[in-house]
Design a protein around this ligand. Structure first.
Ligand SMILES: Cc1ncc(COP(=O)(O)O)c(C=O)c1O
Length: 354
């Protein structure tokens, strides 16, 4: 089918750009001797995860147990859940999925580790255990150093858990625009993680991985001494949030919409609003120059144009401000090459927030 036959609003992947991004990140990590375990919360789609693995990724990182289940049951073996999994209902599912894939999960609480150990023993399985370290973001995780060593010592004694390593996320530093400012701040943050790994080693505890990294810091994290793998994810699609200095991945994801009304010479409405882009603090960016999104309501996008407004029925594409929240609103991607829909991929992890 031709791209003009896709009904709107729809999520469009430019396959050439997607594949170039995946290849570039795979090559960069390989050349710098750093493993890549990309975060799939961005696309939630096994078809894309398998492409990343073909390009050298060792597995995937997930934010949610539901995402990990989708990935495990699509045949992916190495999974890190970079988040805490809490409560008996979830621990039962977590132990279950470890019988089908090598799943590690982030802990920052000894009681949760004890409960996970009991559930793993009950289901006769092993849960991989990572410890999350707060390297400045102030989200989950233990403070670097002694607290991490204490929990690691405890985990190594708990049956049913296998201590694998530590992870952090320098998420609070992803938006520093200038490379010259970004490098020293990220370096200081990563040192908190690598010095904790060193302390673990001094205490006789080996780490299989020391993991961190997002798209905007990938080239700092992947080349940093002591970091063994990175979790960057957004590089596959890019979006307006990831347009910062020093990154040259391509925009491969857009929302296609139709102009439904013209309110004068320089104003138009499209059939895509908050329910198609997400409620983000910054509006999506028009692919076509001279068009600006000035407001979004539930099902309408309000445009201002430099020249004359596009005609009713005209189709316009927009880069979302933040791809992961936009993707979670759709059932499928239309994957386009040279103006034709080559494949359609179901977003199987869509809405898997449990
Ligand atoms: C723990 C963790 N790792 C990695 C990432 C990937 O970041 P990005 O999508 O910017 O590549 C995120 C993003 O939120 C994250 O929360």
């Amino acid at each position: 089918m031709d791209i003009s036959e896709i009904d709107t609003p729809a999520l469009i992947i430019d396959l050439d750009a997607l594949e170039a991004n995946i290849e570039k990140m795979g090559r960069f990590c390989h050349e710098n001797d750093c493993n890549l375990r990309p975060h799939i919360k961005v696309h939630k789609t096994p078809a894309i995860a398998h492409k990343q693995i073909q390009a050298g990724a060792i597995g995937v990182t997930c934010a949610k147990l539901g995402e990990a289940e989708v990935m495990a049951f699509s045949g992916i073996r190495q999974i890190l859940i970079a988040n805490q999994i809490v409560g008996p209902i979830k621990l039962q599912r977590l132990a279950g999925v470890t019988r089908h894939a090598d799943v590690s999960v982030a802990f920052d609480d000894p009681q949760v580790a004890e409960a996970a150990s009991r559930e793993a023993l009950r289901q006769d399985t092993t849960i991989g255990a990572a410890i999350e370290v707060d390297i400045g973001m102030g989200r989950g995780g233990l403070q670097p150093g002694a607290d991490v060593v204490a929990l690691a010592k405890k985990i190594t004694k708990l049956e049913g858990l296998e201590f694998k390593g530590i992870m952090g996320y320098e998420g609070h530093l992803q938006q520093i625009d200038k490379m010259a400012d970004r490098v020293p701040q990220v370096t200081a943050s990563l040192k908190l993680l690598t010095s904790t790994a060193k302390m673990l080693k001094e205490n006789g505890i080996a780490t299989e991985f020391v993991s961190c990294g997002g798209t905007n810091t990938y080239n700092i994290s992947a080349t940093f001494e002591g970091i063994t793998e990175i979790q960057a994810g957004s590089y596959v699609f890019m979006d307006v949030e990831h347009d910062i200095e020093g990154l040259d991945f391509q925009h491969s994801l857009s929302v296609m919409s139709t102009v439904t009304s013209r309110g004068g010479e320089h104003r138009a409405l499209i059939d895509a609003g908050i329910k198609c882009f997400g409620a983000e603090p910054i509006f999506p960016r028009s692919v076509r120059k001279g068009i600006e999104v000035v407001s979004l309501s539930e099902e309408h996008g309000w445009l201002k144009t430099d020249g004359s407004a596009p005609a009713v029925g005209e189709r316009l594409q927009f880069y979302p401000y933040y791809s992961p929240t936009a993707v979670n609103l759709y059932d499928k991607f239309y994957c386009v090459r040279k103006g034709r829909v080559e494949v359609q991929w179901d977003i199987l992890g869509r809405g898997k927030s449990q």
